[in-house]
Design a protein around this ligand. Sequence first.
Ligand code: ADP
Ligand code: NI
Length: 218
Amino acid sequence: MKHCIDQTVNFVRRQLANAEAGHDWWHILRVWNNVKYLLTREPADTLVCELAALLHDIADSKFHGGDETLGPRIAGEYLNGIGVDENRVKHVQEIILNMSYKASLGHVTFHSPELAIVQDADRLDAIGAIGIARAFHYGGFKNRELYNPGIPPVTQQNRESYKNSTAPTLNHFHEKLLLLKDKMNTDTARELAASRHAFMEQYLAQFHAEWAGGLPAQ
Ligand code: ADP
Ligand code: NI
């Protein structure tokens, strides 16, 4: 198992060599660490969880013309190639296909304790101090405005409107990041999410106070 994980680490590092900083190897490493911690408290198949964490962003559809089958396909070919058993390969592919926030806004038919854990681990990396850094980095990558008081957030989004949004980065906090703490699957992730969520709330309050330049917020 150790050998198989080491090999996968090398594969993923190569695949993500030119990735945008919010979805690069360091994101994968943090998600993998979150998974390892969640596994100390939540029972699940360790190998499936670790492989899915390592492979979940090798071909994110938002960087590949919307193709949502590419990631699971590449992961499947890779895992078959290193001799991982068929059931685990299929399970990892299902996790990658179903774990994204976008996917969760559509009709999800696959559920497993392993998906629950890897999805929580990825969501934890989307909130808190790191979540803030990743959101503004992504907004910069897409050349979005930081904030625009004239463009209100749309909190009830479907899969398409979420995917196609070009709104300012501050809106993303209301459209996704602040909603994540209540979407955690496991108790352990819910506990970890609480302080990260509180930090974002505090950050947003300070942001709006500075935006108003000391005048009362409008
Ligand atoms: P998923 O890839 O799970 O479907 P996202 O598309 O929201 O979910 O991407 C994951 C991360 O990418 C977010 O947590 C955030 O850091 C960044 N991101 C995605 N969309 C935006 C956005 N509109 N504004 C700022 N950051 C974003
Ligand atoms: Ni991710």
